[in-house]
Design a binder for this molecule. Structure first.
Ligand code: AMP
Length: 281
């Protein structure tokens, strides 16, 4: 049975006891509506720790007013069952008032890394992410925390926050899980209608094109990006937000791909639905 905890006080009490008993805590932060991508993080946490805690919290702070906070898919009962089936010990499921009481006023921001890529389209997003993740780390006190490479910039930013603020948690990166046709799993994929869903594979197709060029020793970023654009533009419902080639350490734009140090990432709209994907070279 997964225990469901709603309050910060009870969650802290649980972690305190676990730490006193010298148990390691693996933590998987999520916004719920769990899919195989989330489950792969949970399974990794399960294999590496004595205790697994999953948080489910659709964090209002990381959504801009024009974004999908209200419509973001939620299904706690299904999530609870999936957690149970995957050996989760505790589901931390706090309410909004619990995490952000009316008097709330403290934020944490990883300044430069939060600006490019996703930060350009979503200027307040990562401040919301780092604030909630730091709060969750302080409440749960995990030994290890699991983050998907699907949200590459988020992973890089969280690692930087942990380094800069000297947090005692190991950040474990996890591979991207995909549907059979290559579309990266995401809770937001449910927004896609059938035609959009069939075209949503263009993100992976564009990344495959980039990989093909790099394998042929073509490293020029502009050439790679132009080829990726051509792939996406051959799908009539897709609208490119950005395609970018950046260094994995400081996220600066690269003129040329550097093997082992490059992130190729893109965001594409299908109607109002914004999908992201990436590849670590
Ligand atoms: P979310 O619920 O979207 O905030 O995601 C929670 C965690 O699951 C984040 O660390 C994500 O990067 C990770 N995640 C989401 N989708 C995938 C995926 N397709 N493969 C691997 N990890 C994922």
């Amino acid at each position: 049975m997964s225990e469901v905890i709603h309050t910060i006080e009870q969650m802290k009490e649980f972690s305190k006891k676990a730490i006193l008993a010298q148990k390691s805590i693996g933590f998987v932060p999520t916004m719920g509506y769990l899919h195989e991508g989330h489950l792969s993080l949970i399974q990794k946490a399960r294999s590496q720790n004595d205790i697994v805690v999953v948080s489910i919290f659709v964090n209002p702070l990381q959504f801009a007013p024009n974004e999908d906070f209200n419509t973001y898919p939620r299904d706690f009962e299904k999530d609870r069952i999936l957690c149970e089936q995957n050996g989760v010990d505790v589901i931390f499921y706090p309410g909004y008032e619990e995490m952000y009481p009316q008097s709330y006023q403290t934020y944490v921001e990883v300044s430069f890394l939060s600006k490019p890529l996703e930060g350009k389209s979503r200027p307040t997003h990562f401040k919301g992410v780092t604030t909630i993740v730091l709060k969750l780390f302080n409440i749960i006190k995990p030994t290890r925390a699991y983050f998907g490479k699907k949200d590459a910039q988020q992973l890089i930013i969280i690692k930087k926050m942990v380094e800069d603020l000297n947090l005692d948690v190991e950040i474990v990166p996890c591979e991207i899980k995909r549907d059979a046709d290559g579309l990266a799993l995401s809770s937001r994929n449910v927004y896609l209608n059938a035609k959009e869903r069939s075209q949503a594979i263009c993100l992976k197709k564009a990344l495959d094109k980039a990989k093909e060029l790099i394998d042929a020793k073509i490293y020029d970023s502009q050439t790679i990006i132009q080829n990726m654009k051509n792939v996406i533009n051959s799908y009539d419902l897709a609208r490119i937000d950005y395609i970018s080639i950046n260094s994995t350490d400081c996220l600066s734009e690269l003129k040329e791909v550097v093997l082992g140090k490059t992130l190729i990432s893109l965001a594409v709209f299908f109607g109002k639905t914004r999908l992201i994907d990436n590849m670590w070279i």
